[in-house]
Ligand binder design. Structure first.
Ligand code: SF4
Length: 234
């Protein structure tokens, strides 16, 4: 496996380093093609078109882990869950429970601040059809492992959005230093597990597929976030 990023000694350094990663040829080609061709509604905008770093303070007590940047969301704006419908739902919920300074996240530099929360993902480049391959997931893991190691001194809880992120997070926690039980805890909405002193919460992903169909309602997200906030002592 290619090794990179693992030597970053701070979250800031890690965030910088990840933006230069080109380890997955298929994803590099896709993220850059999307950035070139754009969606008509954003034709006059400059797309980010690079790996997306985590967003939120370096001493976060709560992490939120999704799947990967959206082609015309974070791959456009350069900030996790920013500029798409999934992000609209997530940031509104974070604001409602007192974890964000404003209910919307439209672009980097819009003044949004997260309170004790860091949002990140196991895959940092937008994948075609939102589906990274197992090899891409495994290649990108080292970024999440290092991020979790750097957050470890303050991290008390993680909310994982969706089953893909759940498996990827469990795979990253062990090399980051936590004892992950066997068999592995199973994903479900509203589940919570203690992983070696860290509380892991499951939440359905805030994808349109879930929020438009009512499988995941704003109240359901907020219930999980409130619980995680309390465990993280935020
Ligand atoms: S998905 Fe991760 S490992 Fe692959 S190119 Fe992007 S940042 Fe690098």
């Amino acid at each position: 496996m290619i090794e990179f990023g693992v030597h970053a000694t701070s979250i800031g350094e890690l965030d910088q380093a990840v933006t230069h990663c080109r380890a997955c040829p298929r994803l590099v080609a896709w993220r850059e093609e999307v950035a070139r061709t754009k969606r008509a509604a954003f034709a006059c905008q400059e797309y980010w078109g690079r790996p997306v770093p985590g967003f939120g303070p370096a001493d976060a007590a709560l992490a939120i882990i999704g799947l990967a940047p959206a082609a015309h969301g974070a791959n456009r704006t350069g900030r996790m869950f920013t500029g798409d419908r999934s992000g609209d739902v997530l940031y509104a919920a974070l604001y409602d429970v007192g974890l964000a300074s404003q209910p919307t996240s439209t672009h980097a530099g819009d003044g949004l601040e997260l309170f004790g929360v860091r949002i990140t993902a196991p895959v940092r480049c937008a994948p075609p059809a939102n589906k990274p391959t197992p090899a891409e997931r495994d290649t990108c893991r080292q970024w999440l492992v290092r991020e979790l190691e750097l957050l470890a001194p303050t991290l008390r809880a993680i909310v994982v959005l969706g089953g893909f992120g759940w498996q990827a997070t469990l795979s990253a926690l062990a090399p980051a230093g936590w004892q992950v039980p066997r068999p592995r805890p199973r994903f479900g909405h509203g589940v919570e597990y203690d992983i070696d002193g860290l509380r892991l919460f499951g939440c359905y992903h805030v994808s349109q597929q879930n929020t438009f169909t009512g499988k995941l309602t704003p109240e359901m997200i907020k219930d999980v976030l409130r619980r995680a906030k309390s465990v993280a002592r935020l």
